[in-house]
Design a protein around this ligand. Structure first.
Ligand SMILES: [Zn+2]
Length: 425
């Protein structure tokens, strides 16, 4: 076994994982915000059709792509012991709208030498000095884009790992397994991956997303999240006749943003369990301005405080300008999955055991973000998150280690084994 692989199983799965991954990333599945249908873009259906064919080829039953762009398939359990439990495996097909996602041309850099990796386009480089995880991958095969697009390891690494893992299970009926349901979701990156997910029909006791990053990650805590849209209406008057009349909504918007905390409560000044108020889009004219925020915290009460602070700040700034009008709309996005998962500890424990069975020490850190599992857990399908081996998501520097992707595929196989034992008791 080559030293950089976690097991002989991982090494045997690597060619299949890589082959599938390179095929999937070439399909443009970038999702689009403010969607009018599901999925938001047709490329996701194209990948969905490829996955349906591959699941059928692997021998799964009940395989189909539904009208909203969700792919599903079932691998029946074997043996009396494990057949009773039904567990799910989930990954998302779309890629982020935050970096170019069309025309991905993946490159495999064999046996990483430890230095700077130069990509052919746009002068993009992967510098280990700026990417501590890369320094740990000496000797690994590193997959990147060509420098002008994202790679799409988020989350096609997860898709490829689940595909390779279940194809291996299907081809090896002597390996014990519960019934395994697979789902590939659209539009996760725009926060809609769980929206039209039919939890009841999926019929699993629990599920696992493969949508994490560094090898070993196992996450059962996510942010609780809200979006706030602040609309300010001013009074537009010709600047030459504006004395005492003009109320400039754009200026008020800028003042509100400036009045919010900037040394704390921002994404760039917080870490670990600290939350934030993050303005991410501002547009406007003197007549009307709009600022969009996301608000995040691990604690629901603290999240409420952040929302209250935003509202108080906006009101305080505009208090002296009675003719300005303010409207704040807050939308709940998702909640920390921990409250659901703490009630069913065997779900996360099984993933912990599967990762250890692959010879990896689990890394247990809360996610400063959300996954499909945040909302699926709330919807009644407890769903922690497992690593994929991808890094630098949503950027042209995105990369993934073949060895770590293979380890994730091996964890899928080990997870089936763990659950076939859980079914005994
Ligand atoms: Zn993702």
């Amino acid at each position: 076994m080559a030293a950089s692989y976690t097991s002989a199983l991982a090494e045997s799965l690597a060619p299949d994982v890589l082959d599938r991954f390179l095929r999937y990333v070439r399909i443009d599945t970038q999702s689009r915000r403010d969607r009018t249908s599901s999925p938001s873009t047709p490329g996701q259906l194209e990948l969905g059709r490829v996955l349906v064919a591959e699941l059928q080829e692997a021998g799964l039953d009940d395989v189909h792509l539904d009208e909203h762009g969700y792919v599903r398939g079932t691998l029946a359990g074997n043996g009396a012991a494990g057949a009773g439990e039904v567990i799910g495996l989930i990954a998302h097909m779309d890629t982020s709208p935050d970096a170019p996602g069309h025309g991905v041309e993946p490159i495999v850099h064999r046996s990483y030498h430890g230095g700077v990796i130069e990509l052919p386009r746009e002068g993009t480089v992967l510098d280990p000095a700026a990417m501590p995880e890369l320094t740990d991958k000496l000797g690994h095969d590193i997959v990147t884009g060509s420098g002008d697009t994202l790679l799409g390891a988020d989350d096609k690494a997860g898709v490829a790992e689940i595909m390779a893992g279940v194809a291996h299970l299907a081809a090896h009926p002597e390996l014990p397994r519960p019934t395994v349901r697979v789902a590939f979701t659209p539009d996760e990156e725009i926060g809609e991956g769980a929206t039209l997910f039919d939890v009841e029909r999926f019929g699993a006791r629990c599920a696992y997303t493969l949508d994490g990053s560094e090898i070993g990650e196992l996450q059962d805590e996510t942010f609780s999240a809200a979006e706030a849209i602040l609309v300010i209406r001013g009074v537009e008057v010709h600047p030459g006749q504006a004395t005492g009349k003009l109320v400039n909504a754009l200026r008020l918007a800028a003042q509100i943003v400036a009045a919010l905390p900037s040394a704390t409560l921002t994404p760039e000044t917080t870490a670990d369990r600290e939350g934030f108020i993050h303005p991410y889009e501002l547009s406007g004219t003197p007549a009307k301005a709009e600022v969009r925020f996301i608000l995040r915290d691990f604690d629901d009460d603290l999240l409420k405080n952040h929302i209250a602070l935003l509202e108080e700040t906006a009101k305080a700034v505009t208090a002296a300008v009675p003719r300005a009008r303010l409207k704040l709309t807050v939308r709940d996005q998702y909640h920390n999955m921990q409250r659901v998962l703490s009630a069913v500890p065997d779900v996360t424990d099984a993933a912990d055991a599967a990762i250890r069975a692959e010879g990896i020490e689990p890394i247990r850190r809360p996610i400063r973000g959300g996954t499909d599992g945040s909302r699926l857990s709330e919807m009644g399908l407890p769903t922690p998150n497992i690593f994929t081996g991808g890094h630098e998501y949503h950027s042209v520097r995105e990369w993934a280690s073949v060895q770590d992707m293979a380890a994730a595929a091996a964890v899928v196989v080990r997870l089936a084994e763990v659950w076939s034992r859980n079914g005994d008791g």
